[in-house]
Design a protein. Structure first.
Length: 454
């Protein structure tokens, strides 16, 4: 018992021992919740074979690897956490104090075996099952999950450099776009600490898809969800970014303390000027696949709002690699107050790639569409259907300035525009658009005729 108590006490002390300056804890956060940790454990590692008990918290034992040449990990025995069952399995043969009830005295019993659980009373015989409430010595209960790691080292070392994966922490990007004369974009990264408990860690944020591997059986359990406590970022610097393979990494300029349940917000890049072009679009009458059906009534169609931003390489905005995230668009009202005018999201956007943010539907620009003609014929062998339909789209603009609405028709297969009141622009084999100018406080009408074969 004394030796085991000392061992657990050493584990608890090692969790708070300061690392050498060159042994920086390094953490890579994934959007998915995966965390890659690189750190040096303050262990006096002897030459040859040894078994080290380490406290890493909840982690995937299959991912644990030594980072020093000359050091190999030959076996890992890990418990899922400091649960009573896991601790008992480590304590077979030990003697404990057992409380049976408030009115009966505390007795001592030795744990004989597990599966089934058997106990030997020191003043009686053996019983099956838990004989009462176990009174655990504090030194036997580690503050976090522990693992026994068998290590082979070519020489004595002052620490064990390891890498492992865990979960429970993640990050996400958010953006603010300000319109108007001082149009600009700002980007932040939100670090969700979750169950991660690490001090003074350098942090990299991974953006991109690294794929997945089949999960090996593991005792690792996801930690409970904590209420988020946001904390600001005091550093004046911003993250730096780089490409590694086919992913993108953002390295934070200052170290971070990960405390379970906290959220840290850091800038991804400095506020950057941009030019945003508002686009108003109206979806078409066609289904992308299948045939063309008759429609009985005129109906309102929402006008979608999006903002397009050109990002030429060699410009401050164009050279930014933007990880996927949520976007909020702001503009000023007549009194100069900043207001939210739209919200949307973007996917991972490489440097030089244009940015389009869809933010909802227009309030002052409305549209109605009605099918004015329809006929269908079925001929051929095999039998095919050909439909010809005509449409009228009426656009209303209540704004003080003229707008242009892009009316789209998207369809896969054999189809064409036969005629239209506004020139049809064929963008691809599946998309044709009509750019309809609508005057301020006025209306415009678009008519067109389609042929669809299926």
């Amino acid at each position: 018992m004394i030796g085991r108590q000392f061992l657990f006490a050493a584990v608890a002390m090692s969790a708070v021992m300061p690392l050498a300056a060159q042994d920086v804890t390094s953490v890579t956060l994934f959007n998915s919740g995966t965390v890659l940790v690189r750190r040096t454990l303050p262990i006096a590692l002897p030459a040859g074979a040894s078994v080290q008990r380490v406290a890493l918290g909840e982690f995937d034992p299959a991912s644990l690897a030594a980072l020093d040449a000359g050091v190999a990990i030959t076996r890992i025995d890990a418990s899922g956490g400091p649960s009573e069952d896991a601790l008992l399995r480590r304590s077979v043969g030990d003697t404990f104090q057992i409380e049976q009830s408030d009115s009966r005295p505390v007795r001592r019993a030795r744990l004989v075996s597990m599966d089934p659980e058997r106990w030997e009373w020191l003043d009686a015989g053996i019983v099956f099952g838990r004989p009462g409430r176990i009174v655990w010595p504090a030194a036997l209960v580690p503050p976090e999950a522990v693992a026994d790691v068998a290590v082979q080292s070519d020489r004595a070392r002052r620490g064990l450099k390891v890498m492992y994966q865990t979960s429970g922490a993640s990050w996400g990007a958010t953006y603010r776009i300000f319109l108007g004369a001082d149009a600009r974009i700002e980007g932040n990264a939100s670090l969700i600490g979750g169950t991660l408990d690490l001090k003074d860690a350098e942090v990299q944020l991974l953006a991109g898809d690294v794929g997945r591997v089949a999960a090996a059986p593991s005792a690792m359990m996801l930690g409970e969800r904590f209420a988020s406590k946001a904390q600001g970022y005091a550093g004046a610097d911003i993250a730096t970014s780089e490409s590694v393979g086919d992913i993108h990494l953002y390295s934070l300029p200052e170290h971070v303390n990960f405390v379970p349940g906290t959220q840290t917000v850091v800038p991804l890049f400095a506020s950057t000027p941009l030019h945003a072009e508002r686009r108003l679009t109206l979806s078409g009458a066609l289904q992308y696949y299948g045939g063309l059906n008759p429609e009985a009534e005129e109906r309102p169609i929402p006008v979608d709002v999006a903002y397009r931003m050109d990002r030429k390489m060699g410009t401050a905005f164009g050279d930014l690699a933007l990880p996927a995230g949520g976007v909020t668009v702001f503009d000023e009202d007549r009194a100069g107050r900043v207001q939210i005018i739209g919200q949307g999201s973007i996917g991972h956007t490489a440097a030089g790639e244009e940015l389009i943010v869809s933010t909802g539907t227009a309030f002052d620009v409305t549209a109605r569409r009605v099918q004015t003609d329809y006929n269908v014929s079925r001929i051929g062998n095999p039998l095919r259907s050909t439909a010809i339909a005509a449409y009228r789209v009426t656009l209303q603009n209540a704004k003080d300035s003229a707008v242009t609405v892009e009316v789209r028709e998207d369809h896969g297969g054999d189809w064409s525009v036969l005629e239209s009141s506004v020139p049809a622009e064929k963008r691809s084999s599946t998309r044709t658009v009509f750019n309809v100018a609508v005057p301020a406080h006025g209306s415009a009408v678009l008519t067109y005729r389609l042929r669809v074969v299926w």
